[in-house]
Design a protein around this ligand. Structure first.
Ligand code: LLP
Length: 423
């Protein structure tokens, strides 16, 4: 069952707590997460990959609130990071550096140095130039860097173009078409400042079909076996994230088929496996609550103007993503289509277009469903709006994870240069 559901009076609630109580107490807009839902999803993912002893590193780009990272850490999850900002958050949440995997195409020298200083578990390198940089930084520091190669197996994941990473015309990974990967892997094995820790692949996000996973993982496995047969150490295979979620119905993700595929391909092959799920752990376990400010009947359209906007949840604008929008109160009869829009001054600022909605009025609460992943994490200060606060509901009570940052804080961070010569 969805972590967010209607109670006997048809009021929207989470873990027995009315969402209208949360919005009344904390204000709006606000993100609300279900601890029980996150625990359920994470544990189910762990169970699905347990036949291959998979280690799960949460892709914290999906949601980097410390409270959520700490919860996942408690469940035995490591972290998949893409910046030293995320590294700092992972450590602040109590994660061990050895349980952190560092992904991304553009790690700077400072990033690499910081990662090696803290004793990071693995760096997934994406180019020969990056491997060379890691080697020289490790040499200067007198340490040995654990490095895996992220490969590009040229598989179309069949998802939105902006979140596809598996094809050769994307910036990600090192092509397996030529000898580049095996030559580079050999070079790493010969390098006294690098310990090669294996291979990684991640072909994209919101993948709803297993076929691209099967294709990519089979290619990765074949390459890993070739390297091993050539006498090279390939202890780990990192299978990335990407498992899609059901946005239409906001139902929990079933990982059984994915787990069965992984088992079929990798069981008893002698590799340690890592996974980097983000969205599938958290998307359907978070909602964005917003209040209606005004309802405007246009010439041929109803606009429901809410106090959450594209700066709080960019996904509808950026990817034409669909998030169900539900009323917090018992839903009334539908009274026709409406666009649910925010206050930001852009036509692209909307939460949902052309939705069948009941009659709503100023002050009513709405929930934008399935907003736990890539929601708060992609929020911005655009239009000088303070991004929504975040709370997590644990055993029926709400806990503030992050307050909305007061605009005064942003202003205090800024400086006005001396402009007197313009007088
Ligand atoms: N590992 C790597 C190397 C990644 O680049 C990503 C996501 C993941 C794991 C996690 O993938 P997931 O399990 O969440 O699909 N902002 C976009 C999604 C961007 C995904 C980027 N990489 C959205 O809102 O749809």
């Amino acid at each position: 069952m969805c972590a967010f559901h209607r109670d006997d009076n048809h009021q929207l609630c989470v873990d027995g707590l009315l969402l209208s109580n949360i919005i009344n107490q904390y204000g709006s807009p606000i993100y609300v997460y279900s601890a029980a839902g996150i625990i359920d999803a994470f544990t189910k993912f762990q169970t699905a990959v347990s036949p291959v002893n998979g280690k799960v590193h949460f892709a914290m780009k999906a949601n980097s609130a410390l409270g959520i990272l700490a919860l996942i850490n408690k469940l035995g999850g490591g972290m998949d990071i893409v910046s030293i900002g995320e590294l700092a958050r992972a450590l602040a949440a109590g994660c061990k550096p050895n349980d952190v995997v560092f992904s991304g195409v553009g790690k700077t020298a400072a990033d690499i140095q910081e990662a090696l200083t803290c004793g990071i578990g693995q760096i997934n390198a994406e180019s020969a130039a990056e491997v060379a940089a890691i080697s020289s930084i490790a040499a200067n520091m007198g340490v040995i860097a654990p490095v895996a190669l992220r490969v590009n197996v040229n598989v179309d994941p069949g998802t939105h173009a902006k979140i596809s990473t598996g094809q050769l015309d994307t910036k990600f990974g090192i092509s397996t078409n030529q000898h580049e990967v095996s030559d580079l892997y050999q070079k790493m094995a010969d390098d006294p400042h690098i310990i090669p820790t294996g291979l990684a692949v991640h072909i994209g996000s919101q993948i709803s079909n297993l076929a691209p996973f099967e294709q990519a993982y089979s290619a990765l496995l074949a390459l890993a076996i070739d390297l091993r047969d050539a006498g090279l150490p390939v202890p780990n295979l990192d299978l990335g994230g990407g498992v899609g979620v059901d946005y239409k119905n906001a139902e929990p993700t079933n990982f059984d088929a994915y787990g069965a595929l992984v088992k079929k391909l990798f069981k008893d092959q002698g590799f340690k496996l890592g996974f980097e799920p983000g969205r599938s752990i958290i998307a359907n376990n978070g909602v964005l609550l917003t209040r209606v400010i005004y309802v405007k009947q246009g010439e041929n359209k109803r606009f429901i103007i809410a106090d959450a906007a594209m700066n709080d949840l960019l996904r509808p604008t950026l990817y034409e993503a669909y998030h169900p929008i539900w009323t917090l109160a018992a839903p009334d009869v539908l009274t026709g289509k409406a666009d649910i829009v925010g206050p930001v001054c852009e036509t692209g600022d909307y939460l949902g277009l052309n939705r069948d909605m009941p009659e709503v009025n100023g002050g009513d609460g709405l929930a934008v469903m399935s907003a736990g992943a890539y929601g708060a994490a992609m929020a911005s200060n655009y239009n000088s709006r303070s991004p929504a606060a975040e709370v997590m509901v644990i055993k029926g009570s709400a806990h503030l994870l992050r307050a909305a940052r007061p605009i005064a804080d942003y202003i205090n961070d800024e400086h006005i240069p001396d402009l007197t010569h313009f007088r």
